[in-house]
Design a protein around this ligand. Structure first.
Ligand SMILES: N[C@@H](CCC(=O)N[C@@H](CS)C(=O)NCC(=O)O)C(=O)O
Length: 259
């Protein structure tokens, strides 16, 4: 395959041309050393929206459902301004076409270069590689901050015994996260939002709705850095565009609460 390298003057002209089409905002600026193959490959990606399978609402036909992993992927696409074509999947009656592309029957799945890729970790990593602008990578030493909150929230939600320590376990994790934000915030990686925030944001949204509904519980006011963080994430345009409806979140946790 022919693979010519760009000279700086060519880059300048190309950059000016492609930035007009909104290309630079999504994919970054063409750089010296880029090949024609890379440029045209990336421009071809720009032409067709990425296909993304996500959970459908169980209460409203043709609306997005409440999967936090699907929302994480959609948030990443929104923050990177990548055009996408959302396919809503009924997870109660999974269609044949979906089981063919996702044998485990899970969402999200995204089609990259004719191949369907499952799992939000793998998908968001590929998105970072293919669409580097704006960069969203969280440094490895910060990537797991707050990562125990979701599992401790679920244990507390399922608990039937008020004195079993599950609420305290969640509060301990939330306090640690609050203290981290106080020292390092406003986001996990400081001033700018990054992948770790896009992962934890949808989970905190589920926690807020489910514990509010089933346990009449809310984040204590004393955790003010956490409360501001949640508001900051929930009020982003990307979040508003991709968030689940409250009723869907409530219904999807009902089974866990009743078990
Ligand atoms: N580790 C996966 C988890 C995905 C996942 O659990 N998705 C749920 C919906 S939120 C699902 O597809 N469940 C369908 C099923 O288990 O039948 C990821 O990060 O993408």
């Amino acid at each position: 395959m022919i693979s010519l390298r760009f000279q700086p003057c060519t880059v300048a002209v190309l950059s000016a041309l492609v930035s007009r089409a909104g290309f630079t905002r999504r994919y970054g600026t063409a750089k010296p050393g880029w090949t024609w193959t890379r440029l045209f490959g990336t421009m071809a990606m720009a032409a067709s929206p990425l296909e993304v399978c996500v959970k459908a609402s169980v209460i409203t036909p043709n609306k997005l459902g409440d999967c936090p992993f699907s929302q994480r992927v959609l948030l990443t696409l929104e923050e990177k301004h990548v055009p996408y074509d959302m396919k809503l999947v009924d997870l109660i009656n999974k269609p044949e076409w979906f089981l063919k592309i996702s044998p485990e029957g899970k969402v999200p799945v995204v089609k990259f270069d004719e191949k369907w890729v499952p799992d939000s970790d793998a998908i968001t990593q590929s998105l970072e590689e293919k669409y580097p602008e704006p960069p969203l990578t969280t440094p490895p030493e910060k990537a797991s901050v707050g990562s125990k909150i979701f599992s401790t929230f679920i244990v507390f939600l399922k608990s039937k015994d008020q004195g079993d320590g599950t609420e305290q376990a969640l509060l301990n994790e939330l306090c640690k996260f609050n203290d981290y934000l106080k020292e390092n915030g406003p986001f996990i990686n400081g001033e700018k939002i990054s992948a770790a925030d896009l992962s934890i944001g949808p989970k905190l949204h589920h926690m807020k709705i489910a514990l509010g509904h089933y346990k009449d519980w809310s984040v204590p006011d004393s955790l003010s850095f956490l409360k501001s963080y949640m508001e900051r994430i929930f009020s982003r345009v990307s979040f508003a565009k991709t968030q689940a409806q409250t009723e869907d979140v409530i219904i999807s946790w009902r089974q866990k609460v009743m078990a």
